[in-house]
Design a protein around this ligand. Sequence first.
Ligand SMILES: Nc1nc2c(ncn2[C@@H]2O[C@H](COP(=O)(O)OP(=O)(O)OP(=O)(O)O)[C@@H](O)[C@H]2O)c(=O)[nH]1
Ligand SMILES: [Mg+2]
Length: 237
Amino acid sequence: MANSRFGYVRDFETHDTLLPQTYIVVRIDGKKFHEFSKHYDFAKPNDERALRLMNACAKNVVMQYRTDLILAYGESDEYSFILRRDSALFNRRSDKIATLFVSLFTANYVSLWPKFFTDRALDGKHLPYFDSRCVVYPNLTAVKDYLSWRFVDTHINNLYNTAFWQLIQKCGMTPQESENRLSGTVSSEKQEILFKDCGINYNNEPEMFKKGSLVTNKGAILHIDVIKQIDELFEEF
Ligand SMILES: Nc1nc2c(ncn2[C@@H]2O[C@H](COP(=O)(O)OP(=O)(O)OP(=O)(O)O)[C@@H](O)[C@H]2O)c(=O)[nH]1
Ligand SMILES: [Mg+2]
């Protein structure tokens, strides 16, 4: 950058450096995807094309930064990227990491869209965009708990949403009736309602819906019980 008398303004810039020797998690989340999914007629509660598109974008981000990443995990309109404790990516600058991850992800989302939504083009008034944040975790226990938290969230949301929409679609309930039916029920009761009222065995639902998607740093996309395999997933880290 050339020197000029205006150059002093550079001194106003600040850089947030993430604590050394901590695990960095970058979480991105679709902005107003409630509206976005409605506009593009996503299947309810899970649109396989949309989830596969998210996975393809995440995989490309993982491959770009694979040496710094442990794994990525996603559900719905969100993805978390977990970086190694010793990562020196962009000198651990929070703004650089958060913005580059989210813009690379979004660029992929737009460019890969036609591959997954073959009969519907993106229109300029309804473009996908995502927020992004970096959070640091001080030890392996905390980072394992972070991933377990997202996994449990996937399970809870998916079971509720599956039951909620099945009661509407199969049993002809209104959204309010469906909500009332599920209100106060625990997991096993929701599974029972699904089975008895809708003839659906939750265990037979697609693994990607029930378990979310995990991208390894080699680029494999898995739908596994994260909690059962949590120690293996972080064995080398
Ligand atoms: N129908 C359908 N909707 C989906 C799917 N995946 C995500 N969504 C929608 O995306 C929303 C994601 O939740 P949030 O991130 O809390 O909602 P949001 O509208 O994106 O709000 P902000 O993130 O705060 O901007 C869900 O509530 C759904 O409405 C899908 O596969 N099918
Ligand atoms: Mg969102």
